[in-house]
Ligand binder design. Structure first.
Ligand code: ADP
Ligand code: MG
Length: 264
């Protein structure tokens, strides 16, 4: 079975080829990372996978089924959740409510009636209780208990990133797309994120497709890595293979002769 694959995927904006014949396959259970300089097409790739953009060509396969061109809510329902490069939370809602938003896929009664506002004995009440239980599990897993009832707008950046991760997990995905989960974090917060991502892989068995700019983190956490540059794949393989690949060094460090440079 093909768990997830992208085949000859292309995306053009006007005359710009943001993705140019990108192909790769992800094995269930692995952490697969996409790296590349700013503007390489990484976020565009996510937007094509989860249906925000319609790709100009190629295919996206999830569990043997083609999903290219399917709308974002259907992609989520199929089992692919994501986080965004820039935090997209509702700042005037609390942690619990924001994570609950990730459950809306499972709610038959409508988000606000069923999920957030009322009903104890009705069907909506039962559904709400089930959803809350799942959300509580996530809050516990990510150690967000102290922030449960706090408005997210006032919380530290690293915590907000974690809440966004929680919201993606609430959708119970099989494949989780993380777009620069460490962006803007200090070393300690980054270490924390590495820990959570490994936990999510190990304990929840979720496969992870990770975009990351921090080389140390990528080398540490990834099973395999794909490097993009100007929308084109330039190297794919195990971390040690990719980090010493001359094209990668050139793209990342502007090094012409890869001999002397190393990505640590
Ligand atoms: N909606 C859009 N319209 C026009 N150009 C876009 C759009 N989204 C991305 N691009 C362009 O596509 C290229 C890849 O962008 P992006 O995928 O955000 O790169 P990365 O995430 O690797 O930094 C960039 O040149 C960017 O300006
Ligand atoms: Mg990006």
């Amino acid at each position: 079975m093909t768990f997830f694959a992208v085949e000859n995927l292309s995306m053009t904006f006007g005359g710009l080829k943001a993705l140019d014949n990108v192909s790769f396959e992800i094995v269930k259970g692995e952490i697969f990372a996409i790296i590349g300089p700013n503007g390489a097409g990484k976020t565009t790739l996510f937007n094509c996978i989860n249906g925000i953009y319609p790709p100009s060509g190629g295919s996206v396969i999830f569990k043997d089924k083609p999903i290219r061109g399917i709308k974002p809510d259907k992609v989520a329902k199929a089992g692919i959740a994501r986080t965004f490069q820039n935090i997209e939370l509702f700042s005037n809602m609390n942690t619990m409510e924001n994570i609950m938003l990730g459950r809306h896929l499972f709610m038959k009664t409508g988000l606000f009636r069923g999920g957030l506002m009322w009903g104890r004995n009705s069907f909506a009440g039962k559904e709400e209780a089930d959803n809350r239980k799942k959300v509580e599990e996530i809050i516990e897993l990510l150690e967000l208990q102290t922030f449960r009832n706090k408005f997210v707008g006032a919380l530290p950046y690293g915590i907000q990133k974690k809440i966004e991760l929680g919201r993606a997990l609430a959708a119970e995905p099989e494949l989780l797309l993380l777009d620069e989960p460490c962006a803007g974090m200090n070393a300690e917060e980054k270490q924390d994120v590495v820990f959570w991502i490994k936990d999510i892989q190990d304990e929840l068995g979720i496969t992870i497709l990770l975009i990351e700019h921090d080389m140390n983190m990528v080398m540490d956490i990834s099973d395999r890595i794909l490097t993009l540059n100007f929308g084109k794949p330039i190297a794919m393989g195990y971390p040690e293979e990719v980090s010493s690949h001359p094209e990668v060094l050139k793209a990342y460090l502007g090094v012409e002769d890869g001999e002397d440079a190393q990505i640590h």
